[in-house]
Ligand binder design. Structure first.
Ligand SMILES: Nc1nc2c(ncn2[C@@H]2O[C@H](COP(=O)(O)OP(=O)(O)OP(=O)(O)O)[C@@H](O)[C@H]2O)c(=O)[nH]1
Ligand SMILES: [Mg+2]
Length: 235
């Protein structure tokens, strides 16, 4: 198997839908999932590049593994559930520190999943107000207020905090609006957009890394053969 050219890692609290997002993208379906143990990866060929996408466990007991999975990552997808504000807070408190082992030019995407549930609640609220589904788009009072738990602006604020934490200049990295997504693994909403936007962004990172060469490699062919001393040590 050819070594992957780049690595993308999904991080986030348990139950936010990391495995479901990856399965929706790779297998085009929304199967029942079990809580992930450790981690697993898929290989995706994108243009002429092999990209590994790592799914990690959100459960606290596997937390220590996170920084290992992030080692050398070209992009990290920080995932939360739009219906659970605490899952966004956890990204900053618990998961961001794990990305210290990623590449220095690692890209960050912030993904609010399960957006279909927001729409479900909106439909329920609409029904309660006496507008059946048949009246949808019929004007009148318009959509009722959606009982939204996490607003897109909250994700943008986190993205900006990440740039500060990483000491990155806002002008030199993709804009927050480009890197914050709302998705539904259940319906497939924005799932292709998320992964394919990242693949396109990761390719130049891979090319840059190749041009720079592997950072900590010693070229042994350029080393002189050591002279052996009588004691057997090298001089
Ligand atoms: N309604 C809805 N449910 C979802 C969505 N994505 C995932 N789920 C459900 O949420 C639950 C958890 O999904 P997983 O993909 O296993 O979550 P995870 O983040 O991988 O969880 P860990 O592996 O424990 O870290 C499952 O019951 C999924 O069916 C979504 O977009 N919409
Ligand atoms: Mg999982």
């Amino acid at each position: 198997m050819r070594k992957p050219d780049g690595k993308i890692v999904l991080l986030g609290d348990m139950n936010v839908g990391k495995t479901s997002l990856l399965q929706r993208y790779m297998e085009r379906r929304f199967p029942d999932t079990v809580s992930t143990v450790g981690g697993a990866f898929y290989l995706k060929q994108w243009r002429s590049y092999n990209i590994s996408i790592w799914d990690t466990a959100g459960r606290e007991q596997f937390h220590g593994l996170g920084s290992m999975y992030c080692r050398g990552a070209a992009a990290v997808i920080l995932t939360y559930d739009v219906n659970h504000p605490q899952s966004l807070v956890e990204l900053e408190d618990r998961f961001l520190g794990l990305t210290d082992t990623a590449n220095t030019d690692c890209l960050f995407a912030i993904v609010g999943n399960k957006v279909d549930l927001v729409e479900d609640r909106a439909a329920e609220a609409q029904e309660k107000e006496g507008h059946g589904p048949g009246t949808a788009g019929g004007g009148g009072g318009g959509s009722p207020e959606v009982p939204r738990q996490v607003r897109p602006e909250d994700a943008v604020a986190l993205y900006k905090k990440i740039l500060k934490y990483k000491m990155l200049d806002e002008k030199e990295v993709p804009a927050a609006e480009q890197m914050c997504f709302e998705t539904s693994a259940k319906t497939g909403y924005n799932v292709d957009l998320l992964f394919e936007t990242l693949f396109d962004m990761v390719v130049p990172v891979i090319l840059r890394q190749r041009a720079q060469g592997p950072p900590q490699t010693v070229d042994i062919s350029s080393c002189k053969t050591p002279r052996r001393t009588r004691s057997g040590c090298c001089a």
